[in-house]
Design a protein around this ligand. Structure first.
Ligand code: TYM
Length: 322
Protein backbone atom coordinates (compact mmCIF):
# COMPACT_ATOMS: atom_id res chain seq x y z
CA UNK A 1 0.00 0.00 0.00
CA UNK A 2 1.52 3.29 -1.09
CA UNK A 3 0.49 6.61 0.46
CA UNK A 4 1.76 9.78 -1.22
CA UNK A 5 1.06 13.44 -0.60
CA UNK A 6 2.66 16.84 -1.08
CA UNK A 7 2.60 20.35 0.33
CA UNK A 8 3.79 23.65 -1.12
CA UNK A 9 6.51 25.58 0.72
CA UNK A 10 4.73 28.91 0.33
CA UNK A 11 4.85 30.32 3.85
CA UNK A 12 3.82 29.38 7.35
CA UNK A 13 1.52 26.36 7.57
CA UNK A 14 -1.90 26.98 9.09
CA UNK A 15 -4.27 24.74 11.02
CA UNK A 16 -6.14 23.96 7.77
CA UNK A 17 -2.97 22.37 6.40
CA UNK A 18 -2.41 20.64 9.70
CA UNK A 19 -5.90 19.28 10.38
CA UNK A 20 -6.80 18.69 6.72
CA UNK A 21 -3.58 17.04 5.65
CA UNK A 22 -0.46 16.86 7.83
CA UNK A 23 -2.11 15.25 10.86
CA UNK A 24 -3.43 12.51 8.54
CA UNK A 25 0.00 12.08 6.96
CA UNK A 26 1.45 11.39 10.37
CA UNK A 27 -1.33 8.94 11.25
CA UNK A 28 -0.93 7.14 7.90
CA UNK A 29 2.88 7.05 7.86
CA UNK A 30 4.28 3.56 7.29
CA UNK A 31 7.23 2.20 5.34
CA UNK A 32 5.02 2.55 2.25
CA UNK A 33 4.42 6.29 2.59
CA UNK A 34 6.20 8.98 0.62
CA UNK A 35 5.79 12.67 1.47
CA UNK A 36 7.01 15.55 -0.61
CA UNK A 37 7.63 19.29 -0.34
CA UNK A 38 6.53 20.46 -3.77
CA UNK A 39 8.85 23.37 -4.50
CA UNK A 40 8.25 23.16 -8.26
CA UNK A 41 4.56 23.84 -7.68
CA UNK A 42 5.51 26.82 -5.51
CA UNK A 43 7.31 28.41 -8.47
CA UNK A 44 3.85 29.37 -9.78
CA UNK A 45 3.89 32.02 -7.04
CA UNK A 46 6.49 34.75 -7.45
CA UNK A 47 8.80 34.93 -4.42
CA UNK A 48 12.30 36.23 -3.75
CA UNK A 49 14.73 33.31 -4.27
CA UNK A 50 16.33 33.78 -0.84
CA UNK A 51 12.91 33.69 0.83
CA UNK A 52 11.96 30.63 -1.22
CA UNK A 53 14.96 28.76 0.16
CA UNK A 54 13.98 29.70 3.71
CA UNK A 55 10.38 28.66 3.11
CA UNK A 56 11.53 25.27 1.85
CA UNK A 57 13.52 24.66 5.04
CA UNK A 58 10.52 25.92 7.07
CA UNK A 59 8.29 23.40 5.34
CA UNK A 60 10.55 20.48 6.19
CA UNK A 61 10.91 21.64 9.79
CA UNK A 62 7.11 21.95 10.02
CA UNK A 63 6.51 18.42 8.76
CA UNK A 64 9.10 16.91 11.07
CA UNK A 65 7.82 18.94 14.03
CA UNK A 66 4.30 17.64 13.32
CA UNK A 67 5.61 14.13 13.79
CA UNK A 68 6.69 12.73 10.41
CA UNK A 69 9.58 10.35 10.93
CA UNK A 70 12.00 10.24 7.99
CA UNK A 71 13.39 6.92 9.22
CA UNK A 72 9.96 5.36 8.57
CA UNK A 73 9.35 6.70 5.04
CA UNK A 74 11.02 9.32 2.84
CA UNK A 75 10.25 13.03 3.19
CA UNK A 76 11.82 14.61 0.14
CA UNK A 77 12.10 17.65 -2.11
CA UNK A 78 10.30 17.49 -5.46
CA UNK A 79 12.84 19.50 -7.48
CA UNK A 80 15.66 17.13 -6.49
CA UNK A 81 13.98 14.18 -8.24
CA UNK A 82 14.12 15.05 -11.95
CA UNK A 83 11.44 12.51 -12.91
CA UNK A 84 8.72 14.89 -11.70
CA UNK A 85 9.44 17.47 -14.38
CA UNK A 86 9.95 14.73 -16.97
CA UNK A 87 6.74 12.92 -16.10
CA UNK A 88 4.93 16.24 -16.23
CA UNK A 89 5.78 16.54 -19.91
CA UNK A 90 4.63 13.02 -20.76
CA UNK A 91 1.33 13.62 -18.99
CA UNK A 92 0.80 17.07 -20.55
CA UNK A 93 0.68 15.19 -23.82
CA UNK A 94 -2.30 13.09 -22.67
CA UNK A 95 -4.25 15.94 -21.00
CA UNK A 96 -6.60 18.35 -22.74
CA UNK A 97 -6.93 22.14 -22.46
CA UNK A 98 -10.59 21.67 -21.62
CA UNK A 99 -10.04 19.58 -18.53
CA UNK A 100 -7.40 21.94 -17.12
CA UNK A 101 -9.65 24.92 -17.83
CA UNK A 102 -12.32 23.33 -15.63
CA UNK A 103 -10.09 23.20 -12.53
CA UNK A 104 -11.65 25.36 -9.80
CA UNK A 105 -8.31 26.28 -8.22
CA UNK A 106 -6.97 27.42 -11.57
CA UNK A 107 -9.99 29.64 -12.11
CA UNK A 108 -9.68 31.14 -8.63
CA UNK A 109 -5.92 31.68 -8.79
CA UNK A 110 -6.02 33.02 -12.35
CA UNK A 111 -8.43 35.70 -11.16
CA UNK A 112 -5.96 36.84 -8.50
CA UNK A 113 -2.73 36.64 -10.52
CA UNK A 114 -1.80 39.29 -13.08
CA UNK A 115 0.29 38.26 -16.09
CA UNK A 116 -0.89 34.64 -16.03
CA UNK A 117 1.87 32.07 -16.04
CA UNK A 118 1.44 28.88 -18.02
CA UNK A 119 2.57 26.94 -14.92
CA UNK A 120 -0.61 27.93 -13.12
CA UNK A 121 -2.63 26.24 -15.86
CA UNK A 122 -0.58 23.03 -16.08
CA UNK A 123 -0.08 22.79 -12.29
CA UNK A 124 -2.52 19.85 -11.87
CA UNK A 125 -0.60 17.80 -14.46
CA UNK A 126 2.65 18.17 -12.50
CA UNK A 127 0.64 17.07 -9.46
CA UNK A 128 -0.76 14.03 -11.29
CA UNK A 129 2.83 13.11 -12.16
CA UNK A 130 3.87 13.38 -8.49
CA UNK A 131 1.19 10.91 -7.54
CA UNK A 132 1.53 8.45 -10.43
CA UNK A 133 5.34 8.24 -10.18
CA UNK A 134 5.05 6.45 -6.83
CA UNK A 135 2.38 3.88 -7.80
CA UNK A 136 0.19 5.60 -5.22
CA UNK A 137 -2.95 3.98 -3.85
CA UNK A 138 -4.00 6.70 -1.40
CA UNK A 139 -3.50 10.45 -1.33
CA UNK A 140 -4.35 12.10 2.01
CA UNK A 141 -5.45 15.69 1.24
CA UNK A 142 -7.93 18.37 2.23
CA UNK A 143 -11.14 18.95 0.31
CA UNK A 144 -9.68 21.63 -2.02
CA UNK A 145 -7.42 19.01 -3.68
CA UNK A 146 -10.22 16.54 -4.42
CA UNK A 147 -10.71 17.75 -8.00
CA UNK A 148 -6.97 17.51 -8.71
CA UNK A 149 -6.87 13.91 -7.52
CA UNK A 150 -9.89 13.13 -9.68
CA UNK A 151 -7.94 14.49 -12.66
CA UNK A 152 -4.92 12.34 -11.75
CA UNK A 153 -7.23 9.31 -11.75
CA UNK A 154 -8.60 10.21 -15.18
CA UNK A 155 -5.13 10.74 -16.61
CA UNK A 156 -3.97 7.37 -15.21
CA UNK A 157 -6.98 5.53 -16.62
CA UNK A 158 -6.65 7.21 -20.01
CA UNK A 159 -2.92 6.47 -20.19
CA UNK A 160 -3.47 2.82 -19.23
CA UNK A 161 -6.17 2.44 -21.89
CA UNK A 162 -4.08 4.05 -24.58
CA UNK A 163 -0.61 2.65 -23.80
CA UNK A 164 -1.19 -0.45 -21.70
CA UNK A 165 -1.27 -0.97 -17.96
CA UNK A 166 1.32 1.46 -16.58
CA UNK A 167 -0.06 3.41 -13.64
CA UNK A 168 -1.80 2.54 -10.39
CA UNK A 169 -5.07 4.52 -10.20
CA UNK A 170 -4.98 6.59 -6.98
CA UNK A 171 -7.77 7.72 -4.69
CA UNK A 172 -8.12 10.73 -2.40
CA UNK A 173 -8.41 10.19 1.35
CA UNK A 174 -10.10 13.03 3.23
CA UNK A 175 -10.27 13.28 7.01
CA UNK A 176 -13.74 12.66 8.50
CA UNK A 177 -13.68 16.17 9.98
CA UNK A 178 -11.35 19.06 9.20
CA UNK A 179 -11.14 18.52 5.42
CA UNK A 180 -12.16 22.14 4.90
CA UNK A 181 -11.20 24.48 7.73
CA UNK A 182 -12.68 27.91 7.12
CA UNK A 183 -11.24 31.38 7.67
CA UNK A 184 -12.16 32.52 11.19
CA UNK A 185 -13.14 36.02 10.06
CA UNK A 186 -14.89 34.99 6.87
CA UNK A 187 -16.18 31.50 7.57
CA UNK A 188 -17.63 30.98 4.10
CA UNK A 189 -14.10 31.04 2.63
CA UNK A 190 -11.50 28.36 3.33
CA UNK A 191 -8.46 29.19 5.45
CA UNK A 192 -5.70 29.82 2.93
CA UNK A 193 -1.99 30.56 2.73
CA UNK A 194 -2.42 32.75 -0.33
CA UNK A 195 -5.12 35.14 0.94
CA UNK A 196 -3.98 37.48 3.68
CA UNK A 197 -6.30 37.32 6.67
CA UNK A 198 -4.21 37.89 9.80
CA UNK A 199 -7.01 37.38 12.32
CA UNK A 200 -8.74 34.70 10.28
CA UNK A 201 -5.76 32.34 9.98
CA UNK A 202 -4.29 30.35 12.86
CA UNK A 203 -0.76 29.26 12.07
CA UNK A 204 0.67 26.02 13.37
CA UNK A 205 3.36 27.91 15.22
CA UNK A 206 1.39 30.88 16.52
CA UNK A 207 2.05 31.40 20.22
CA UNK A 208 -0.71 30.54 22.76
CA UNK A 209 -1.76 34.19 23.17
CA UNK A 210 -2.26 34.64 19.41
CA UNK A 211 -4.19 31.39 19.13
CA UNK A 212 -6.47 32.45 21.95
CA UNK A 213 -6.99 35.94 20.53
CA UNK A 214 -7.89 34.65 17.07
CA UNK A 215 -10.28 31.99 18.34
CA UNK A 216 -12.01 34.35 20.80
CA UNK A 217 -12.50 36.90 18.00
CA UNK A 218 -13.76 34.32 15.48
CA UNK A 219 -16.88 35.49 13.66
CA UNK A 220 -19.99 33.52 14.67
CA UNK A 221 -23.65 34.60 14.60
CA UNK A 222 -26.20 36.20 16.88
CA UNK A 223 -28.80 33.49 17.44
CA UNK A 224 -26.95 32.29 20.52
CA UNK A 225 -27.58 28.56 20.10
CA UNK A 226 -24.60 26.19 20.07
CA UNK A 227 -25.50 23.84 17.23
CA UNK A 228 -23.55 22.16 14.40
CA UNK A 229 -25.04 23.46 11.15
CA UNK A 230 -22.40 24.42 8.54
CA UNK A 231 -24.92 26.11 6.20
CA UNK A 232 -26.81 28.20 8.71
CA UNK A 233 -23.97 28.68 11.22
CA UNK A 234 -20.66 28.45 9.32
CA UNK A 235 -18.49 30.24 11.91
CA UNK A 236 -19.65 28.25 14.90
CA UNK A 237 -19.62 24.99 12.94
CA UNK A 238 -16.03 25.67 11.88
CA UNK A 239 -15.02 26.00 15.55
CA UNK A 240 -16.83 22.75 16.33
CA UNK A 241 -15.00 21.03 13.46
CA UNK A 242 -11.64 22.29 14.67
CA UNK A 243 -12.44 21.00 18.15
CA UNK A 244 -13.67 17.69 16.74
CA UNK A 245 -10.54 17.15 14.65
CA UNK A 246 -8.49 17.55 17.84
CA UNK A 247 -10.65 15.54 20.23
CA UNK A 248 -12.08 12.86 17.89
CA UNK A 249 -15.53 13.57 19.35
CA UNK A 250 -18.24 14.40 16.80
CA UNK A 251 -19.12 18.10 16.28
CA UNK A 252 -22.75 17.34 17.20
CA UNK A 253 -21.76 15.75 20.52
CA UNK A 254 -19.44 18.61 21.33
CA UNK A 255 -22.16 21.17 20.57
CA UNK A 256 -24.52 19.40 22.99
CA UNK A 257 -22.18 20.14 25.90
CA UNK A 258 -22.19 23.94 25.49
CA UNK A 259 -24.67 26.72 26.16
CA UNK A 260 -22.43 29.69 25.49
CA UNK A 261 -20.24 30.57 22.51
CA UNK A 262 -17.59 32.05 24.79
CA UNK A 263 -17.16 28.81 26.75
CA UNK A 264 -16.83 26.80 23.54
CA UNK A 265 -14.29 29.26 22.13
CA UNK A 266 -12.18 29.10 25.27
CA UNK A 267 -12.07 25.31 25.14
CA UNK A 268 -11.26 25.30 21.40
CA UNK A 269 -8.36 27.67 22.08
CA UNK A 270 -7.12 25.46 24.93
CA UNK A 271 -7.37 22.29 22.84
CA UNK A 272 -5.49 23.92 19.97
CA UNK A 273 -2.77 25.19 22.26
CA UNK A 274 -2.39 21.81 23.94
CA UNK A 275 -1.90 20.22 20.52
CA UNK A 276 0.33 22.89 19.00
CA UNK A 277 2.63 23.90 21.88
CA UNK A 278 4.84 20.76 21.71
CA UNK A 279 4.98 21.08 17.91
CA UNK A 280 6.18 24.68 18.22
CA UNK A 281 8.94 23.62 20.59
CA UNK A 282 10.14 20.90 18.20
CA UNK A 283 9.88 23.30 15.28
CA UNK A 284 12.18 25.85 16.93
CA UNK A 285 14.73 23.14 17.74
CA UNK A 286 14.67 21.69 14.24
CA UNK A 287 14.82 25.05 12.51
CA UNK A 288 18.11 25.76 14.26
CA UNK A 289 19.61 22.53 12.89
CA UNK A 290 19.77 23.16 9.16
CA UNK A 291 22.30 20.37 8.72
CA UNK A 292 19.78 17.86 10.00
CA UNK A 293 17.11 19.10 7.57
CA UNK A 294 19.57 18.88 4.66
CA UNK A 295 20.35 15.30 5.66
CA UNK A 296 16.63 14.41 5.69
CA UNK A 297 16.25 15.97 2.22
CA UNK A 298 19.25 14.09 0.78
CA UNK A 299 18.22 10.74 2.19
CA UNK A 300 14.57 11.13 1.29
CA UNK A 301 15.43 12.20 -2.23
CA UNK A 302 17.60 9.15 -2.85
CA UNK A 303 14.87 6.79 -1.64
CA UNK A 304 12.15 8.58 -3.62
CA UNK A 305 14.20 8.66 -6.83
CA UNK A 306 14.77 4.92 -6.62
CA UNK A 307 10.99 4.36 -6.54
CA UNK A 308 10.19 6.89 -9.26
CA UNK A 309 12.87 5.94 -11.80
CA UNK A 310 11.43 2.59 -13.00
CA UNK A 311 7.90 4.02 -13.16
CA UNK A 312 9.05 6.96 -15.27
CA UNK A 313 10.98 4.67 -17.63
CA UNK A 314 8.00 2.33 -17.92
CA UNK A 315 5.74 5.24 -18.92
CA UNK A 316 8.27 6.67 -21.38
CA UNK A 317 8.77 3.26 -22.96
CA UNK A 318 5.00 2.65 -23.16
CA UNK A 319 4.62 5.91 -25.14
CA UNK A 320 7.28 4.80 -27.58
CA UNK A 321 10.28 6.81 -26.41
CA UNK A 322 13.39 4.83 -27.26
P1 TYM B 1 -1.25 23.01 -0.42
O1 TYM B 1 0.19 23.21 -0.20
O2 TYM B 1 -2.10 24.18 -0.81
O3 TYM B 1 -1.93 22.41 0.89
C1 TYM B 1 -1.39 21.27 1.55
C2 TYM B 1 -2.52 20.43 2.12
O4 TYM B 1 -3.32 21.19 3.02
C3 TYM B 1 -4.69 21.03 2.69
N1 TYM B 1 -5.41 22.27 3.03
C4 TYM B 1 -6.51 22.33 3.80
N2 TYM B 1 -7.20 21.36 4.44
C5 TYM B 1 -8.27 21.74 5.17
N3 TYM B 1 -8.68 23.04 5.28
C6 TYM B 1 -8.02 24.03 4.65
N4 TYM B 1 -8.43 25.31 4.79
C7 TYM B 1 -6.87 23.69 3.87
N5 TYM B 1 -5.99 24.42 3.12
C8 TYM B 1 -5.11 23.53 2.63
C9 TYM B 1 -4.70 20.80 1.19
O5 TYM B 1 -5.89 20.17 0.77
C10 TYM B 1 -3.48 19.92 1.02
O6 TYM B 1 -3.79 18.56 1.25
N6 TYM B 1 -1.54 20.99 -4.94
C11 TYM B 1 -1.25 20.68 -3.57
C12 TYM B 1 0.15 20.14 -3.34
C13 TYM B 1 0.50 18.92 -4.14
C14 TYM B 1 0.04 17.61 -3.88
C15 TYM B 1 0.72 16.77 -4.86
C16 TYM B 1 -0.84 17.05 -2.98
C17 TYM B 1 1.37 18.86 -5.17
N7 TYM B 1 1.53 17.57 -5.61
C18 TYM B 1 0.49 15.41 -4.91
C19 TYM B 1 -1.06 15.66 -3.03
C20 TYM B 1 -0.40 14.86 -4.00
C21 TYM B 1 -1.37 21.97 -2.77
O7 TYM B 1 -1.26 23.04 -3.30
O8 TYM B 1 -1.48 21.80 -1.45
Amino acid sequence: MRVFSGIQPTGAMHIGNYLGAIKQWVAMQTTGSVYCVVDLHALTLETEPALRREQTLDAFASLLAAGLDPSVGPVFLQSRVPYHAQMNWLLECVTSFGELGRMTQFKEKAERQVGHRVGLFTYPVLMAGDILLYETNQVPVGDDQRQHIELAREIAIRFNNRYGDTFVVPEAVLPAVGARIMDLQEPTRKMSKSVSSPLGTVYMFDGPADVEKKIMKAVTDTDGEVRYDPDAKPGLSNLLEIFSALSFESPVDIAARYQRYGDLKRDVADALNAELAPLSRRYRELRSEEGEIERVIDEGTATAAAIAAPVYHRAAHAMGLL
